[in-house]
Write a protein that binds this ligand. Structure first.
Ligand code: PBG
Length: 338
């Protein structure tokens, strides 16, 4: 009934209204596009490993590599030339132990990479993942009790130490991803105490326990030896809890927020966008990348257009920034579109 009145009052229906009028030409469509991608939306994740002249392909992530410093610097320079403003670093340590000690070693693989990148390409924004899972022999994101439970408060100290060591090396932004309670405030306090009040915190504010991290765990050699991460990462069904995680990280002093993974959680991205005014990032994770790459290699999907559609959808949902292994490919594709 209400709809009928509305139509009579405004003459708003077909045939007066024809939405196809605005879709008639490519120029018209380009002019009227509500969401467009730019290379400055992308953050490019990279895996750094010890040694020289290492460029080890990551099988489930075609086009991605474990890189030694020499190759890493080339990759970063290439990203910079494509207009990508930031990289996110993950490290593969020489040795793993129970306390993940290379994570906070001043001569650790990430610390060395950060200072080399800031020296070679000072304008590139360097973000570091702050977590212990790549560095612990058990593969969990913190230190364990005898029963294999991750100890929250002891882990906070190590995460804070890790973040400070990254900042000492020159990191612009640290991104805690361990999903320990209080990690943002612990890191903020430690950074300030060390004189790094200008280093920002990108909070992996709502990070779900996801099967889509599978390829990453092969890439970073970080799969838990036993058990899983469900006692610290979030349950896939929980949107209200995701808002509590996000609110808490804002209260603890996060400068930027992240939702992870992206595609199965676009409702969380949209809700976070409505709720807070901080810059919001979404992580288009390894499994999302692998899925499209595999389908494309089989000739089942057109990689370029599926990639751009995927990234546009993430931005349309409300993300200002997208962490994606497609960063270089997408920047190239956008360049060709012009
Ligand atoms: C570290 C971390 C993970 C990812 C980013 N940081 C793995 C995990 O939580 O198991 C996953 C990124 C990706 O899948 O691309 N905790």
């Amino acid at each position: 009934m209400r709809e009928v009145c509305h139509r009579e009052q405004t003459d708003a229906g077909f045939p007066n209204v024809r939405l196809r009028r605005l879709r008639r030409s490519a120029t018209m469509r380009r002019m009227l596009r509500e969401t467009s991608l730019s290379p400055s939306d992308f953050i490019y994740p990279l895996f750094v490993t010890h040694g020289r002249d290492v460029r080890m392909p990551i099988a489930p992530m075609p086009g991605q590599f474990q890189l030694s410093l020499d190759h890493l610097l080339k990759e970063v320079a290439e990203a910079e030339n494509l207009g990508i403003p930031a990289v996110l670093l993950f490290g593969i340590p020489a040795q793993k132990d129970a306390a993940g000690s290379e994570a906070y070693d001043p001569q650790g693989v990430v610390q060395e990479a950060v200072s080399a990148i800031k020296q070679a390409t000072p304008d590139m924004i360097v973000i570091t993942d702050v977590c212990l899972c790549e560095y612990t022999d058990h593969g969990h994101c913190g230190v364990l009790t005898d029963d294999g439970v991750v100890r929250n408060d002891e882990t906070l100290e190590l995460l804070a130490k890790t973040a400070v060591s990254h900042a000492n090396a020159g990191a612009d932004i640290v991104a805690p991803s361990a999903m320990m309670d209080g990690q943002v405030s612990a890191i903020r306090r430690a950074l300030d105490a060390a004189g790094h009040e200008d280093v920002s915190v990108l909070a992996y504010a709502s990070k779900f326990a996801s099967a889509f991290y599978g390829p990453f765990r092969i890439a970073a050699e970080s799969a838990p030896r036993s058990g899983d991460r469900r006692a610290y990462q979030m349950d896939a069904g929980n949107a209200r809890e995701a808002m509590r995680e996000i609110d808490l990280d804002v209260a603890e002093g996060a400068d930027l927020l992240m939702v992870k993974p992206a595609l199965p959680y676009l409702d969380i991205v949209a809700k976070a966008r409505e709720r807070h005014d901080l810059p919001l990032a979404a992580y288009n994770v390894s499994g999302e990348y692998a899925m499209l790459k595999a389908a494309a290699q089989n000739g089942w999907l057109d990689e370029r257009s599926a990639m751009l559609e995927m990234l546009t959808g993430i931005k349309r949902a409300g993300a200002d920034l997208i962490l994606t292994y497609f960063a270089k490919d997408a920047a190239k594709a956008l360049r060709q579109e012009r």
